[in-house]
Design a protein around this ligand. Structure first.
Ligand code: 13P
Ligand code: SF4
Length: 362
């Protein structure tokens, strides 16, 4: 593997007294090391420092009837240590909608925790890092949507799930990175307003050329918008020199040039599935043009060893949450860690999300 991965979260082990049974801690540290699958970075010693936290969180989850949902971009100690469900934003919204537990703890960015609250308004939804935002969801507000509607009266508005509840409440249908093309294509009419991601919107525009006019907003993902084709060309040259095939997998929040230079475009989950398929069926290396969490899951979950090339980028918002924050939020959540949204916004935002489920599952 020639991929550069982010440093491990720093922690002071003195704040976690080893009160647990030593055998239990050793078993948990071994379980973590095996599941994470990066024995150099997440050594047995590194796993021993987090084992008291994961044991405690897993115990409290049972006692307090909590489901812990984590996005793929969360760090491996969260993904493999304490999460009950991991996936892309579409999968996780359905899990949040259908969870039988009375409390949902969403380890991710704010708009995902808000989405869980919209879909399960009677449950307590905890978000350990309320300051963990997203450049897309912060790039548009409800007023921007109302202005676009006034500019293009009668045109349906589709919003990417990376938006606040207030923005969803103004839109007709929500989409995610796993369904934006098919949902947009099947909406009635020959015009569409798509917000807020201009890069995903440009991809949609190209896909719908000759069928629909697509009006866009100007926001982008600070992580995916920063990728360019130079690194793809460099890695392709490097692979050729080594006489190996290279498959390039990109997230649709990337620039049109990057998507055109890639072999596969898909959500974080679809990129992961494709990477695992390539590792098991082809003699090829994989380059993932996305956040590092997807590569870390591929390393841990691929049945056959996967050769990763190139670099990944970290989302500073996604990486804000640590095991310590999760433990504190389960033990005694602060007011700002409990997601609250007004009934009117919840009702209208839920219609927007339900419309997505109906179109995506039909
Ligand atoms: P996914 O739904 O593909 O996981 O995307 C969410 C996201 O924020 C990507 O940057
Ligand atoms: Fe938002 Fe980009 Fe981070 Fe995803 S990776 S949460 S789109 S800033």
């Amino acid at each position: 593997m020639v991929l550069k991965l982010p440093p491990l979260p720093q922690r002071n082990d003195l704040v976690h007294p080893l009160s647990e049974d030593i055998d239990e801690l050793d078993n948990e540290a071994n379980r973590l090391m095996e599941r994470i699958g990066q024995k150099m970075r997440w050594s047995l010693d590194a796993c021993r420092t987090i084992a008291p936290l994961t044991l405690k969180i897993n115990r409290l989850k049972k006692e307090k009837d909590v489901i812990l949902i984590a996005h793929t971009y969360q760090t491996p100690d969260i993904v493999y240590g304490v999460a009950d469900a991991v996936g892309d934003s579409y999968t996780l919204s359905k899990i949040a909608r259908d969870a039988p537990q009375s409390v949902i703890l969403f380890s991710s960015v704010r708009f995902m925790a808000e989405t869980a609250k919209i879909l399960s308004p009677d449950k307590t939804v905890l978000h350990p890092s309320p300051e963990a935002g997203c450049s897309l969801s912060e790039g548009i507000d409800a007023d921007d949507v109302r202005k676009l509607r006034a500019l293009h009266p009668g045109v349906p508005v589709a919003c990417y799930i990376n938006t606040t509840a207030a923005v969803k409440a103004e839109c007709d249908v929500c989409v995610t990175s796993s369904n934006y093309l098919s949902i947009a294509e099947n909406l009635p009419g020959d015009e569409l307003i798509f917000v807020p991601d201009r890069l995903m919107g440009q991809h949609l525009r190209t896909y719908l050329e000759g069928k629909k006019t697509v009006y866009l907003h100007e926001a982008d993902c600070e992580v995916h918008a920063a990728f360019n084709t130079n690194s793809i060309q460099r890695q392709r040259r490097e692979a050729r020199k080594r006489g190996i095939e290279l498959r390039v997998l990109a997230h649709p929040e990337c620039d049109a040039d990057v998507l055109a230079a890639s072999d596969f475009v898909g959500s974080s989950e679809r990129i992961l599935i494709e990477a695992k398929r390539i590792a098991s069926e082809e003699e090829a290396a994989v380059m993932m043009i996305t956040e590092c969490g997807t590569a870390e899951r591929a390393i841990a979950e691929s049945e056959k060893p996967i050769e990763l090339m190139g670099t990944c980028s970290m989302c500073r918002h996604m990486k804000k949450t640590h095991l310590e924050d999760i433990l504190q939020a389960i033990e005694s959540p602060r007011g700002d860690q409990i997601v609250e949204i007004g009934d009117d916004v919840i009702g209208r935002a839920r219609d927007c999300l339900n419309q997505m489920f109906e179109l995506a599952e039909s």
